[in-house]
Design a protein. Sequence first.
Length: 428
Amino acid sequence: MQIHVVKQGDTLFSIANTYGSSINAITEANELNTPNLVVGQTLVVPIVGQFYFVQPGDSLFSIALQFNSTAEQLAQINNIPLNAPLSPGLRIYIPPQEKRTITSLGYIEPLGNNVSPTLENAAEKSAPLLTYLAPFNYRVNRDGSLTAPPLNRFKEIANTNSTALTLVVSNLEEGAFSSELAHIILTVQAVQNNMLDNIVNTAASIGFKEVHFDFEFIPPADKEAYNNLLRKAKERFQQAGLLLSTALAPKTSVDQKGILYEAHDYKAHGEIVDFVVLMTYEWGYSAGPPLAVSPINEVRKVVTYALSEMPANKIVLGQNLYGYDWTLPFVPGGKLARALSPQQAITVAREQNAAIAFDPVAQAPFFTYYDEAGMQHEVWFEDARSIQAKFDLINELKLRGIAYWKLGLAFPQNWLLLDNGFNINKVT
C-alpha cells in the first residue's frame, strides 16, 4: 500500500502511472468524488508493497533499516548491486512486511433514541476490521440501574462479521460525566452490586462479550475505591465469561494532577483488567486553541508512561477519527471549533483553494483559509500519514491494538491502512 502526497501538477493519471495502479482503483480506495486534487492531500494507492524514492545520502542499508528489511533483499528485488551508490529520485520497491495480529475497537455513539442510517452503514463497513464494536453507552443511574443506548442492528452486524459486542458503561448524567455519580457508584455498595448485576444480566441477554468502564471525572479521593470496584467486577465478569477493559485519561506521570487523571491508576488497571484504552486524543479540542488532535509526540509520551506501569499487551491506543475547524483569533470561552471528518477537511481545503501543510513534530496535516466574512480559519485533521504514524508506534512498541473514537466519520484511508498493516483478532 502506497501513501502519496499530492504535489503541484499531479493528476490521478500521473499518480496511477507512477505506481502502476489505475485511476479507478485510486478513486475507489480514497472514495474521491472529484478528480480535482488538493496540494498536500494524501492518497492511498492500493498496490502490493510500496515504493520508496531515494533521498540524498540514502543507501540500501539505511533504506532497509527504515522498512524492517535487509539490504540484500532490496538489492535482489530491485536488481541493484548491493554496494552501488544510489541516485536521488531512484524508485526502490519495498515488499510487503509480515503483519502482526492486533485488537481493534470501534466506539459508536447513537444520538437520541435511534441509530441513524449513517451510523448503521459505518458499523457495517468497519465491523470486518474490528475485534469489538462498542455502542456508547449504558449510563449508570443513581440506583445502579442502566439506561441503554439504542442498538438497532448492531448485534446482527457484529455477528455477521465475527465481531464481539462491547458493553460500554459510563457515569454520564445529563450529558456530562458526573463526579457525584461516580462517587455514589464507587462508595455505595448496594448501588455498586445492583450495577454489576445489571451488567451481567444485560450482557447475557443481548450477547455482549466484553465490558468497558468509561468512568471519568472521578474524585481523586476515590482512586482506591475505583481500583476495588475493578477487582470486584473482574471476579464477577470472569465467572460470567466476560472480559473487562477500562478507558484511561492520557497521563504522562504517576502524580499528574487534575480530576481527569488522579483516580486513574495505571498500575492497578494494568494488573486487574484485560486491557486498557488510552484516550490519546483531544490535545486539540473544540473549546481550546488550534492544535493537532492526537500529535504523535504527545501520544508517545503517554504510551511511554503507560509502559512503565503495565505490559504492552494490555495497551490499546485511542485514536480520533475527526478533526476540527477553528475560527481565528481563538478566544477562550468563545466560539467552539467545528468537528469534521478527514474527508470533509479535504473538501473544505479544495473549496477554499488551500494547500495542506504537514507538521513534522505532531505528524499531522493542517491548513488555513478565510471564509466569506473575512474570518481566518485553521483546520487540523487526520490523513494517511498521521494514522500510519500511529500504526508504526503500535508496531514499534508491540501494543495490543487501537480503539477508534468514533465510527461514523468518513476516513477510508484509515481502514485501508489498518487492513494492509495488521491482522485483526476476532474473539467470538
